[in-house]
Design a protein. Structure first.
Length: 239
């Protein structure tokens, strides 16, 4: 390793969320090649957008998620910049969560219908390949994100959704998530069973919420601090 140049990326931080190992390597911090980057998010978070990208062959020393981030780092991903790549093994985070990302564009179309929200206000997740394990890792990661940001699965979008919005289509979130867009149909592997994937996210979200429930026992409430202290002394003594 010399400076920021290396065969494989070395994460700045490794942490686990909901059973998924996440390796943090922010392109906002590591950018020796001067690739173009988005800006900090200026709009309130609107949810998460799910994509599929193709499975690739990688060395046994690394993972597909690492290689996709490394390809972005090296300037080989054109103008795609996403928050997370998720594979069968782990997730790599390439952008801070308070930054925009570039993932929901459709060349040659205007943003007049609101499709810019996809890039500017959603967290982007690329699920690599057609793997049940990669999908499960993504569902766990998304549930953690939604629990963290206090949003529900009604704020879970497909890339397909933003293409339909851009094209002026009308309907509910789920209708536009699944409606063919005449473009990419992304996430191509997940969208055919979108309801099942969404239910899996919802299940993991419920588990996350249950883990964060606090049970409190209150034995008194007083306007007088003196009375409160007297009662506290009694509770300590008797119980």
């Amino acid at each position: 390793r010399k400076g920021d140049f290396m065969a494989y990326l070395v994460p700045d931080r490794i942490f686990t969320v909901n059973g998924v190992t996440v390796k943090e390597f922010f392109l906002t911090k590591h950018n020796p090649n001067g690739i173009a980057l988005p800006q900090k998010r200026s709009l309130p978070l609107s949810g998460a957008t799910v994509h599929n990208t193709d499975k690739i062959k990688v060395s046994a020393q690394t993972t597909m998620a690492e290689q996709y981030v490394r390809s972005t780092y090296n300037g080989n991903m054109n103008d795609v910049r996403v928050h997370f790549y998720v594979d069968e093994v782990e997730a790599w985070q390439a952008l801070p969560l308070d930054w925009q990302s570039w993932h929901a564009g459709q060349k040659g179309k205007a943003d007049a219908n609101g499709s810019h929200i996809g890039n500017q206000a959603t967290i982007s997740i690329e699920v690599i390949g057609n793997s049940a394990k990669a999908e499960d890792n993504a569902a766990r990661l998304i549930a953690w994100l939604m629990q963290t940001y206090k949003v529900g699965t009604d704020k879970l979008f497909t890339h397909n959704y933003w293409c339909n919005v851009r094209n002026g289509k009308k309907g509910t979130v789920d209708e536009l998530n699944k409606l063919p867009d005449g473009y990419k149909g992304c996430p191509v592997y997940i969208r055919p069973h979108w309801d099942e994937f969404k239910a899996k996210v919802s299940g993991y979200l419920s588990e996350q919420e249950e883990k964060n429930v606090l049970y409190r026992v209150q034995v008194g409430a007083f306007r007088s601090k003196e009375n409160a202290e007297l009662y506290l002394a009694r509770v300590k003594k008797e119980f």
